[in-house]
Design a protein around this ligand. Structure first.
Ligand SMILES: [Zn+2]
Length: 180
């Protein structure tokens, strides 16, 4: 496997005595496969069941833990995502909201783009009036290297749907997802 071969070469360049790490490249390749399994997934296959519902108010799944990798440094960004929406006629199972987050987290990412992708993905498969996504994460490239700001969290939020600019919905959503 190509990734395995390249990892082996990287290890050899870092560690002059890498002979004891014989099995590491294949393990790392497996980790890579899992960590970046979000590529090529079709969101309409991931979210493929819908239920009729008269519910017409805000539905939120909050604190969905995710692990992703910053595409600038390939170091972890670990945090939580909260996804909310206002349906019109149909809803999805709550676990599907978590699956959407995973789809986009398991890639090399920018948190800003990931936030938008999550919201647009839900909007693309379900007829909704409003979608909100709120992410907060520790970026190892900020907390563990460079400026080493260990307590800092990067916060992004994004809204879409026909009611995108509804300030009350934004406020309610943000109040709900911030309280812990
Ligand atoms: Zn970074």
């Amino acid at each position: 496997m190509d990734i395995e071969r390249h990892i082996k070469s990287i290890i050899e360049q870092i560690d002059p005595d890498s002979s004891r790490l014989e099995k590491t490249p294949s393990r790392v390749a497996k980790v890579c496969k899992d960590s970046f399994s979000g590529y090529g997934l079709d969101i309409s296959n991931v979210v493929d069941k819908f239920y009729d519902s008269p519910m017409d108010d805000l539905i939120i799944l909050k604190n969905i833990r995710f692990e992703s990798y910053c595409e600038h440094h390939l170091v972890p960004m670990i945090g939580t995502a909260s996804v909310g929406y206002v349906p019109q006629g149909k809803i999805v199972g709550a676990s599907k909201l978590a699956r959407i987050v995973d789809c986009f987290a398991r890639r090399m990412q920018l948190q800003e783009r990931m936030t938008m992708e999550i919201a647009h993905a839900l909007e693309s498969v379900l007829d909704v009036k409003w979608v909100g996504a709120y992410l907060e994460a520790e970026h190892f490239c900020i907390s563990r290297r460079g400026v080493k700001k260990q307590e800092s969290k990067f916060v992004t939020r994004y809204f879409c749907g026909t009611l995108k600019n509804d300030l009350n919905l934004r406020r309610e959503f943000l109040e709900s997802v911030r309280e812990n």
